[in-house]
Ligand binder design. Structure first.
Ligand code: ADP
Ligand code: MG
Length: 273
């Protein structure tokens, strides 16, 4: 087996990388793929909590690279999807604990075991970022429709562009969009963001307070029947698998939220992904 290693990254912190990693992983696993998530945000350990797996963590990523255990011993199986696993971050170490070569080796091994390897990266474009992208062939850049996040995403895209030989493609997710604010010109639209960033769009995720509720429950929305952010992540997973999913499909899947999504769709319509 040779899986795809995809790093989930951003310039600015707190824009939704960990949330996206968990949700895309659940959506991919729900549709039959085997998925490993690597939590590279060493020192913070977020992904295990979002997945509700924090009590099952025994070994972590640093233990694996220091050969204190085997990869299989460190992988934590998801509660709901047998084909989904997490390689947790170490809580007590810093971002220098794993270097780029170790990361490459780890990803190469995981690729032989899973269809997808999703790497959740730390904030910023320092060494943590370079290590997180070291083993990846594809990247997903997350940004929010704010000038500071877009500017930082632009820097990341520049860095990814410079690594074209390793990272064959990168695509953008615009997270936390609020259509009513866009309509009132109080928020950048999808097209405003795309005009600044020359990057292919992978998806748009609306602001959805259920994201926060699901985080507290340790159950990513993509695994529930949530029709807003959850559906957006499910569509993103389908696009990653090469399906063409138009934003209009989103509309028809959202019965009660039709009018809400009709407004979203109006903004998305010019963009086909
Ligand atoms: P990062 O990993 O980039 O630091 P997180 O995934 O931890 O970001 O998200 C930061 C915060 O934003 C969290 O509190 C999360 O619940 C919230 N969040 C992320 N995406 C959304 C969304 N689409 N709607 C509402 N809240 C969101
Ligand atoms: Mg994070």
């Amino acid at each position: 087996m040779s899986g795809r290693v995809i790093v989930v990254t951003s310039g600015k912190g707190g824009v939704g990388k960990t949330t996206a990693t968990a949700n895309i992983a659940v959506a991919l696993a729900s549709s039959g793929s085997s998925v490993a998530m690597i939590d590279m945000d060493i020192g913070l350990r977020n992904l295990d909590i979002l997945m509700g797996l924090e009590n099952r963590v025994v070994y972590n990523l640093v233990d694996v690279v220091e050969e204190k255990c085997k990869i299989r011993q460190a992988l934590v199986k998801d509660k709901r999807h047998a084909s989904l696993c997490l390689l947790p971050a170490a809580q007590t170490r810093d971002k220098t604990a794993v270097n780029a070569d170790q990361m490459k080796k780890l990803c190469a091994e995981l690729k032989t075991m899973f269809d997808f390897v999703l790497v959740d990266s730390p904030a910023g474009i320092e060494s943590g970022f370079q290590n997180a992208i070291a083993g990846a062939e594809e990247a997903v850049v997350i940004c929010t429709p704010e000038m500071s996040a877009v500017r930082d995403a632009d820097r990341v895209i520049g860095l990814l562009e410079a690594r074209k030989e390793e990272i064959s493609q990168y695509r953008l997710i615009i997270n936390r969009i609020r259509p009513a604010m866009v309509k009132n010109n109080d928020m950048m639209s999808v097209n405003d963001v795309l005009e600044i960033l020359s990057c292919k769009l992978l998806g748009v995720v609306p602001e959805d307070e259920d994201v926060i509720i699901s985080t507290n429950k340790g159950e990513p929305l993509a695994g529930t029947d949530n029709a807003r952010a959850g559906q957006a992540y499910r569509n993103i997973a389908r696009r990653l698998k090469g399906e063409e999913v138009s934003f209009l499909d989103l509309d028809s899947l959202n019965g009660n939220n039709g009018s809400w999504f009709a407004r979203v769709v109006k903004f998305f319509n010019p963009v086909r992904v």
